[in-house]
Design a protein around this ligand. Structure first.
Ligand code: G3I
Length: 341
């Protein structure tokens, strides 16, 4: 039976997943699953600042290069994640950012210029800025700051760091698709509504000032415990599209929480129901790229990040394949949603 990538392509949708290049060598099932299911891949970790430039001027793209090599062999594109983010910044970078705005801009320019030059033959879409909007009151991790997340970049350069990064990327590679990637903007809660409002205000300002920006990425780390209303999501997607921006789903997975059923079948049904509701709404609203944050529960970040662990520590079941690469009801839900059925 065709994988999700092939099924989605028949409907004009590109489906893929986050990959860890180190696992390609370690786990034969891993490479086979990506070859079967993913029409595009994104580095789960290998494209982050701390990995790519651990010391100033010393670049280490071995992991990203391995993924690009897999992509060339398998005939699959790679999307880039994430040039400017507040996580995975080495101490040398934090010190440079704290020195002066000129030094901060110089290290930003060097990183963006070097990485885009290195990857431009194969990566045609990068998350240039990641998670720049502050989490509002009422969200899981509220920030007591303004509308923009309080990060070393904001402290070094002020709000203009966002447009500076976008302009540097455009200068470095004029035909690259520049994406602004965000989470916590998909569900029907007051906090998500406020975060959507903040994001829309930001991108409206950027677009009105002709700052280079092509797309917004909805990370879609969804939580069953939070309400989801299709019309809220589709309205938001359409507002972004009305600004001339493409909308992608970049990191989809489903988190259980609250009352988690004992039986696996009941859990998988709830996960599949949310996956279908979200993905079908996104595709109907015009989203043409959907990535999940991994393919199998075996390697999901949900299994390792204590911040998202279930109270009874049972492993999450938030990705389309189980720990043995078997397709789950979520797989079927995505197959239906991506093919418009
Ligand atoms: O590979 C090294 C290993 O060599 C080392 O021994 C080990 C001990 O430090 O670390 C390993 O790297 C880990 C890496 O994942 C690969 O597994 C890093 O510690 C760990 O911090 C890293 O976590 C990633 C995290 O982003 C931070 O970069 C997660 O895999 C990844 O799922 C997560 O993804 C983020 C997105 O980028 C942005 N949106 C949220 C999403 C989930 O948090």
């Amino acid at each position: 039976q065709s994988g999700l990538g092939e099924l989605a392509r028949a409907n004009g949708v590109t489906f893929g997943a986050a990959m860890q290049s180190g696992l390609l060598r370690q786990d034969a099932g891993y490479a086979a699953a990506f070859a079967r299911e993913a029409a595009i891949v994104v580095p789960e970790y290998e494209g982050k600042w701390g990995v790519l430039q651990p010391q100033e001027g010393r670049f280490n793209s071995a992991g990203l290069d391995a993924m690009m090599a897999w992509g060339r062999r398998a005939g699959r594109p790679v999307r880039g994640h994430a040039l400017i983010w507040h996580q995975d910044l080495p101490d040398w970078t934090k010190q440079a950012l704290a020195e002066s705005p000129e030094r901060a801009r110089a290290v930003m320019a060097a990183h963006i210029g070097t990485i885009l030059e290195h990857t431009q033959q194969q990566i045609r879409d990068w998350d240039v800025v990641n998670e720049v909007v502050a989490d509002p009151p009422g969200s899981d991790t509220p920030q007591a700051s303004g509308e923009l997340r309080d990060t070393p970049w904001l402290r070094a350069l002020g709000p203009t760091y966002i447009e500076t990064a976008l302009k540097l990327a455009r200068e470095a590679d004029p035909t690259l698709r520049l994406t602004l990637n965000e989470y916590g903007i998909e569900e029907d809660t007051p906090a998500a509504a406020e975060k959507r409002r903040r994001l829309l205000a930001l991108v409206r300002d950027l677009v009105s000032r002709k700052v280079p920006l092509d797309a917004v990425g909805l990370q879609a780390h969804l939580q069953i415990a939070k309400p989801f209303t299709p019309s809220v999501l589709s309205g938001f997607i359409k507002e972004l599209q009305a600004l001339g921006l493409a909308v992608l789903v970049t990191e989809m997975d489903i988190r259980e929480g609250g009352e988690v059923p004992q039986e696996i079948a009941a859990r998988d049904a709830l996960v599949a129901e949310r996956a279908y509701a979200f993905a079908s709404t996104a595709v109907e609203a015009g989203v043409r790229t959907v990535l999940t944050w991994g393919l199998s529960d075996r390697y999901s970040w949900l299994a390792t990040d204590p911040a998202v662990a279930l109270p009874d520590k049972r492993p999450h079941r938030g990705l389309p394949l189980d720990a043995d690469w078997q397709r789950k009801p979520m797989w079927d839900a995505l197959a239906r949603a991506l093919t418009g059925r």
